[in-house]
Design a protein around this ligand. Structure first.
Ligand code: GDP
Length: 594
């Protein structure tokens, strides 16, 4: 029995006849023959799409599925970043430790840039001197013989951009909080980002050298925001530092490694190459310079890279010191030359077999983007519930803004009370004040909706919300707000039905029969029409009636079903406005999973 079983194989969205032959270990001639038999004339260098390749593969004993990565990328990434999915799918034995990737977040002026400089400096002091002059958006340092990769793009705009693309690259967030200033709005936002991305946080309590430093007060504020210091029995390590005076930097690196140890930070250096675009710019002399963070596999000089809407062969590759290198394994940032276009920070990159294939995929993506642009994506309450039901989203994420603390807390408490069973309301961020652009940014990145109470949204927020299709809902009565969320949550719990199409028919003529009323003379175009199923009447593509049949006749007889090609007479329950040319869709409702 198992001899007849189809072997499974993953294929890309576009493949040449030659590459397909290689993948399924057949001769290209065989493939061309099968294609011809299916009415496709192709030569060996011709590219065929996945659907065609799957048919060919099937005839030659393979069951093809679209490459997981591409399938996931097509769906615009779910909750888990693509590269994490890839690594999760790798063979456990193939996985090895890699350097943790760290990003620094925090309020403006709390010392992010200074800290990044101080960390770089320890590396030089540690004997790795070599004049770090390059800024490529990421660098690595050694501590206790272990490497740590720092993303050198402070400010959470970049982090958000990466998350919004589903490509969040960091394993650990270092949250910088100045102890003479305390927890500020952007500190809270950063906490919300880290929480939403499920990335562990190490706090750098910065500026301990200042006269008005108050470490305990700041720890208390952090604890109030969900980060409880480990010396207060919490699980967040907080390291007092002075970025300016370079105090405590080694301790911070130590803490990062400690957190890294307790988190699975692994990759397969021999696996499929994948990573994230950190930044890209045009250099007058060198052309397009792109910094990539390799997250799985090993990138080699000469590889063909596909990154978002850019592609090309790597003509030169440099490390963060500007030294030429030939290969780069997991967690290594590299700057490459050779891409045809400038990709966006946060784009995912992969390698491809040929430049032609990569270019074709780019063209394909551009086409899809155009189509998508026509239908703006929506993160509305309704949409989120739909995604929740399909299992795409596991929780309802909210960003709450209210006029005063006095109304914020009861809202949060009541929303938390709604958490029941499988359904979760996750409040990513709650604060007083009007709805701003950064709230919408966070919502975009986290697939959340913004709920306001007695506040307004500024125009930048509205513009961005419009562009990203984020729903902003503003209320001025608390119970209305709660009612809306609760109603929707209950809606989620109701069993879901899906339509199963049975067939279609067209109305060819109308008759009036005494006692019965209007009867539509129809021909079944496709499938079958069933007496007991549901019907929908379409006119010019729009549904004008949705209900049930009152009668179904074939010639003079009442029948239970009429099949494709046959004529029949129908009348509808509580509807008599049918017209010649209307299309009747016949369907049943089936319960999901049941
Ligand atoms: P960023 O906006 O978070 O990147 O903050 P910067 O790194 O630009 O720092 C803002 C200001 O705080 C600068 O004037 C720094 O010199 C100063 N600063 C940074 N770290 C420290 C520190 O540890 N102690 C003191 N006293 N000042 C610091």
């Amino acid at each position: 029995m198992s001899d007849n079983k189809l072997k499974s194989i993953e294929l890309p969205s576009i493949i040449t006849v030659r590459d397909l032959a290689k993948e399924i270990e057949a001769s290209p001639i065989e493939i061309i023959k099968v294609l011809m038999a299916n009415g496709v004339m192709a030569n060996i260098n011709q590219q065929i799409d996945f659907d065609t390749a799957a048919v060919v593969a099937n005839e030659l004993g393979f069951e093809a599925t679209l490459e997981k990565l591409e399938a996931a990328e097509d769906q615009n990434a779910g909750e888990i970043p693509l590269w994490r999915q890839l690594i999760a799918d790798e063979d456990d034995d193939a996985l090895v430790d890699r350097a943790p990737v760290v990003t620094i977040l925090g309020h403006v002026d709390h010392g992010k840039t200074t800290l990044l400089d101080a960390v770089r400096h320890t590396d030089v002091a540690g004997g790795e001197a070599g004049g770090i002059t390059q800024h490529i958006g990421a660098y690595q340092v050694m501590h206790n013989n272990r490497k740590i990769t720092f993303l050198d793009t402070p400010g959470h705009a970049a982090f958000t951009a990466m998350r919004a693309r589903g490509a969040q690259g960091a394993d650990i967030v270092v949250l910088v909080v100045a102890v003479n200033d305390g927890v500020m709005p952007q500190t809270r936002e950063a906490i919300a980002h880290a929480k939403a991305a499920q990335v562990p946080v190490v706090v750098a309590l910065n500026k301990i050298d200042t006269a008005d430093a108050n470490i305990d007060l700041v720890k208390k504020q952090l604890a109030d925001n969900g980060l409880v210091p480990d010396d207060w029995d919490g699980d967040t390590i907080m390291v007092p530092v002075s970025a300016k005076k370079k105090i405590g930097i080694e301790d911070l690196l130590e803490a990062i490694l400690l957190v890294a140890e307790s988190t699975d930070i692994k990759a397969n250096p021999k696996g499929k190459v994948m990573g994230t675009v950190i930044e890209a710019k045009i250099d007058k002399a060198k052309g397009i310079m792109t910094t990539l963070l390799v997250q799985n596999g090993t990138l080699n000089m000469g590889d063909i890279v596909l990154a978002g809407l850019a592609s090309g062969r790597i003509r030169a590759m440099f490390d963060y010191r500007g030294k030429r290198i030939l290969k780069a394994g997991p967690s290594t940032p590299v700057q490459i030359m050779g891409l045809s276009d400038v990709p966006e920070a946060g784009d995912i990159f992969q390698t491809r077999k040929s430049e032609k294939e990569a270019r074709q995929i780019v063209a394909d993506r551009k086409g899809k983007l155009k189509q998508k642009a026509a239908v703006a994506p929506k993160v509305s309450l309704e949409e989120l519930f739909e995604r929740f039901q399909t299992g795409e989203v596991q929780e309802l994420r909210l960003i709450i803004k209210a006029d005063v603390q006095g109304s914020l807390q009861p809202i949060i408490d009541s929303l938390n009370d709604l958490n029941k069973g499988d359904i979760k309301v996750n409040i990513l961020h709650a604060e007083t004040g009007n709805i701003t652009e950064s709230d919408v940014m966070l919502a975009t990145a986290s697939k959340a909706i913004v709920v306001g109470f007695n506040v307004t949204s500024d125009s930048a927020a509205r513009r961005l919300a419009e562009k990203e299709g984020i729903s902003i809902r503003i209320y001025n009565i608390i119970y209305r707000l709660l009612e809306d969320i609760e109603k929707a949550l209950k809606g989620m719990l109701e069993p879901e039905y899906r339509e199963v199409q049975l067939g279609t028919a067209e109305i060819l003529a109308l008759f009036h029969i005494n006692k019965i009323g209007n009867v539509a003379g129809c021909r079944v175009l496709k499938g079958e029409i069933r007496r007991n199923a549901k019907v929908r009447l379409l006119r010019d593509g729009k549904a004008i009636f949705n209900g049930e049949l009152a009668s179904l006749k074939h010639e003079q007889d009442d029948v239970r079903e009429v099949r494709q090609g046959f004529e029949c007479g129908m009348s509808f329950k509580s509807f008599s406005d049918e017209q010649v040319g209307d299309i009747i869709e016949c369907y049943t409702l089936e319960r999901f999973g049941g």
